[in-house]
Design a protein. Structure first.
Ligand code: TXA
Ligand code: MG
Length: 545
């Protein structure tokens, strides 16, 4: 086993580090972002040691660190935009991916034809590169998958006995790794967010894109711009669960779900709210993404060391500016799983048969709004064995076809033929329908802020209690009669029976927040539906405030 020394950064230490670099060894050095495990970028033997020590997949390329802009031309093909960015952000936490020159081996580039380069803004790192007179490859000095190290002690925890030297530069000032971008003549693609934000970069290029992998999970076998994005990262051994909600909702969820082996990861000011929890970890100020970035990895490492807990709840941080870097790391720490606590904005949409409600629904769906078809739910529920048996007991075998499936038309005729029958049917169906609707809302709310219940019997079933807003579609009586005779293949009498069992227009005008009148053509109705979507969005925003 190697004796691992932690040394302060003086002349003697730097000389020792230089000797190690020039004899194909690896060591850890501080940078302003995180500690790096470094080796001579032109020495394949040394580079292989980095991959081995970290347990890093071979296809995940390394960043080459330089101390002088002249070194850039030796390793990469540049363009004007890249040189402008270098001039404005170097030395600093910006890594640029550019076409590589032959001086960079395929081992460094993970077989890509590009190379990632940065000039760190840290005296020790710059001095070491100058002394060794070679660029240094330096991935974060952690075992692959673990949180990056922001203190010499973090590096020691991962590499004690594996490397000879850790240069102790104190705590890293940034705390998350550099922003990684690919840079062409007229486009910047953000591959990994960091202290330098998309907004900072947009001052030099009006075409800044954010790569898919920043916010979404990449499959192991998917081809990506930046291989590092597809690997699990930053994860302590415990399960991390991210909850999307305000602090009150978060505290309530933790109170109801945490057990004696749960902890929380919250902002400094929130610590006192969780005095009952076994373990409370903090990472910076609520409205200050820079302090969060600075302390996140230390907090994740503290969680990892805690032997008594097996899960940790944390709240979704602000994603703006530097917050995107914090969110991106936490998202990986929790394996991309997020539980939404926010209550969705629920809209009840109702109206008589033949009013045009289906067209309004279609317009909602085409505009990306989630709609629960309550009629469909009722068809599912009615085929449930328990309910079917109860119906046959009450209405008789006549409501069933010979093959033992339900004759819906016959049931409809019987149910609408007397008030008593309708009350029986509704009393049996509504509680079960409401239960299924609630289940569907729970699922949909993970990905939708607005959910519409398409419910012909919104008020009768009392589903309106679930709603933040109600909308009805109404139309002239004769128009409706013609529409349903054609649509449902009914006789005029059957259609009238069905209509008589329903409410008149005044009922809906009285009960609903918004009424859509559909006496015109389909285009006019679609336009009205689009206007109503704007109104729903506006109302849902007001509710959040
Ligand atoms: O702040 C930092 O960048 C730290 C310090 C030590 O400088 N280094 C660091 O390196 O974070 P590492 O290896 O842990 O992360 C490098 C990231 C990975 O996600 C990798 O996939 C990506 O940069 N990368 C490297 N070369 C690339 C290339 N040619 N094309 C696309 N992405 C590349
Ligand atoms: Mg790393």
């Amino acid at each position: 086993m190697i004796n691992t020394q932690i040394q302060m950064p003086n002349e003697e230490t730097l000389n020792m580090a230089k000797e190690l670099i020039l004899s194909s060894q690896i060591l850890a050095m501080p940078t302003e972002t995180v500690y790096g495990l470094c080796a001579n970028a032109f020495d394949d033997e040394a580079i292989k040691k980095i991959f081995k020590a970290k347990g890093r997949p071979q296809d995940n390329p390394l960043i080459v660190h330089i101390s002088d802009i002249n070194q850039l031309e030796k390793i990469a093909y540049t363009n004007d935009l890249a040189l402008t960015l270098a001039k404005n952000f170097w030395p600093g936490p910006l890594t640029m991916v550019l076409p590589k020159k032959d001086s960079i081996s395929n081992i460094v580039s993970g077989n890509l034809d590009t190379v990632a380069v940065r000039m760190p803004n840290h005296k020790v790192a710059l001095q070491l590169i100058e002394k060794a007179k070679v660029p240094l490859c330096a991935p974060s000095a952690n075992i692959s998958g673990k949180p990056s190290p922001t203190k010499a002690s973090h590096v020691y925890d991962d590499f004690n006995g594996k490397i000879k030297l850790i240069i102790d530069g104190g705590e890293c000032s940034v705390g998350v790794e550099s922003t990684v971008v690919s840079v062409s003549d007229d486009e910047i693609v953000l591959l990994r967010p960091g202290l330098i934000t998309a907004n900072d970069l947009s001052q030099f290029c009006n075409n800044v894109k954010i790569s898919d992998g920043v916010l979404n999970q990449i499959k192991q076998d998917e081809k990506v711009l930046s291989p590092g994005m597809k690997y699990k990262h930053y994860a302590p051994k415990q399960e991390v669960i991210m909850l999307d909600g305000d602090i009150k909702q978060f505290a309530e969820y933790v109170y109801l779900n945490a057990d004696e082996h749960s902890g929380v990861l919250v902002f400094d000011s929130e610590e006192s709210l969780f005095s009952e929890q076994k373990a409370v970890f903090t990472y910076g100020k609520e409205n200050d993404s820079k302090t969060q970035a600075n302390q996140l990895f230390d907090a994740l490492r503290k969680i990892d060391k805690h032997s008594d807990i097996n899960k940790v709840y944390t709240r979704m941080p602000n994603k703006n500016g530097v917050g995107l870097a914090v969110y991106n790391r936490l998202l990986r720490a929790c394996g991309f799983k997020i539980i939404k606590l926010k209550k969705p904005f629920i809209v009840g949409l109702t109206g008589q048969t033949g009013s045009g409600k289906s067209t309004v629904c279609k317009t909602f769906i085409n505009n990306g709004i989630a709609v629960i078809d309550c009629d469909k739910v009722s068809r599912e529920v009615i085929n449930n064995e328990y309910i079917l048996n109860k119906l046959v007991d009450y209405f008789g075998q006549g409501i069933m076809y010979a093959d033992n499936t339900l004759n819906r038309k016959e049931l409809g005729i019987l149910a609408f033929s007397s008030e008593e029958n309708l009350i029986f049917l509704n009393g049996l169906m509504y509680p079960e329908i409401t239960r299924v609707i609630k289940e569907k809302i729970e699922k949909l709310k993970q990905t939708n802020d607005i959910i519409v219940l398409d419910a012909p019997t919104l008020f009768e079933s009392k589903a309106d209690i679930l709603c933040d807003m109600t909308i009805s579609v109404i139309a002239d009586k004769d128009i409706r009669l013609n529409r349903i005779i054609l649509r449902d293949n009914l006789t005029e009498n059957e259609a009238k029976l069905r209509m008589n069992a329903q409410h008149d227009n005044e009922f809906y005008i009285d009960k609903c927040d918004v009424v859509i009148e559909n006496d015109g053509d389909i285009n006019a109705l679609e336009q009205k539906a689009v206007d109503v979507i704007d109104c729903i969005k506006q109302k849902s925003k007001e509710k959040k405030i």
